[in-house]
Design a protein around this ligand. Structure first.
Ligand code: ADP
Length: 346
């Protein structure tokens, strides 16, 4: 039904049988709903149960107890092959077939489900275009003839081949160098918005979580939810010590303390009626983030004299955050000559 979550975990647990029999559950009584069209990111330390959670959604791992629903339907009742056609799956190092070309890799699932050659070929071209790989340059190459980032793009194209409503991504950009990773994240965000697809993404990288997510679920061992909130909430108001540790350990928090919004980051002045207090030029990014907590935004921005000079949305703030965490050349390119990085100007 339309109102159903895209994916719902209901009191789901997973215990791996261990030789000694004493191990705690990898996932312990997890309840979580992923809304249609959102990017929900699971973030947490290694071993906290992120991958197990994701893999239970497409039944690569069977839950020990609890239920998982895909668009309202219990996945345990669904044939796993059919299920996986409705859920694309992208993993680190993608697992492309090495002896098959890019086009053949992308055509894997359409081939399995019996699409004819013409339809498959057209879809492959469309998908390669979507992920930024010109078909005439890339379709006939083999995986070893691609960069790590290009391979991940092929993995994304392959996962999208049959237009699944849901995409599961497990550290999808983890094997790519930082600059390439940033580019992939940005491009993937564009693709996700274009397709309106529901995404559940696993990462150990809080910066990636903040950048990619509509909502972030911060997990501790046993896939216990420490906080489930917008990226801004998580960064500005960590709910628990574990979340504070995760946010504080990365560079995000340090940069937040340093950074300020720039005038150039602000959207056009728009008439807004919001309950939050206006932001003032020169406000530090951390305070800006805090101001958004509990507000859908945008918020008006005032100069020091109280004149409205623009408005800032959570997206504006995340873009500013992005710029501040950008590898150095691009930071300098966007900062402009007359503005020190991080100063809000009118
Ligand atoms: P994460 O993705 O957060 O790193 P995982 O979901 O991979 O965590 O693992 C959660 C816990 O379950 C870890 O303690 C891990 O050792 C254990 N685990 C994962 N897969 C298996 C398996 N196939 N057999 C036994 N234990 C496993």
């Amino acid at each position: 039904m339309a109102d159903d979550p895209a994916i719902a975990f209901e009191h789901v647990s997973k215990s791996y049988a261990s030789g000694s029999g004493e191990a705690g559950a990898a996932v312990d009584d997890l309840s979580l709903a992923v809304h249609p069209g959102e990017v929900l990111v699971l973030v947490g330390p290694s071993g906290c149960g992120k991958s197990t959670t994701l893999r239970m959604a497409n039944r690569l791992v069977e839950p020990t107890s609890g239920r998982i629903l895909l668009e309202g339907e219990d996945v345990t009742g669904v044939d796993p092959v059919g299920l996986r056609r409705r859920m694309g799956y992208v993993i680190q190092n993608v697992g492309l077939f090495p002896h098959r070309t890019v086009a053949q890799n992308v055509a894997t699932v359409p081939g399995l489900v019996g699409w004819d050659r013409k339809r498959t070929a057209a879809r492959v071209d469309e998908l390669l275009d979507l992920v930024g790989l010109a078909p005439d340059r890339y379709a006939r190459r083999y995986p070893h003839e691609l960069s790590g980032g290009e391979r991940q793009r092929v993995g994304v194209a392959r996962a999208l081949a049959t237009d699944p409503p849901v995409l599961l991504m497990d550290e999808p950009f983890g094997a790519v160098d930082p600059v390439g990773r940033r580019r992939l994240q940005t491009e993937f965000a564009r693709i996700q918005r274009t397709l309106g697809i529901t995404v559940m993404l696993v990462t150990h990288d809080i910066d990636e979580a903040v950048r990619m997510a509509d909502r972030v679920a911060v997990l501790s061992p046993g896939a216990h939810i420490e906080q489930l909130a917008s990226p801004l909430d998580v960064v500005a108001r960590p709910a628990t010590r574990a979340v504070a540790d995760l946010v504080g350990r990365g560079r995000t928090a340090r940069l937040l303390a340093l950074g300020r919004l720039e005038r150039a980051d602000l959207d056009e002045v728009v008439p807004v009626a919001v309950s939050g207090a206006p932001l003032t030029v020169g406000t530090e990014l951390g305070e800006v983030l805090a101001a958004f907590v509990g507000v859908d935004g945008p918020l008006p921005v005032h100069d020091a004299q109280g004149n409205v000079v623009g408005s800032a949305t959570p997206a504006t703030v995340v873009r500013a955050l992005d710029r501040l965490t950008e590898p150095s050349e691009e930071t300098h390119a966007t900062a402009g000559d007359d503005a020190p990085v991080g100063t809000l100007r009118t």
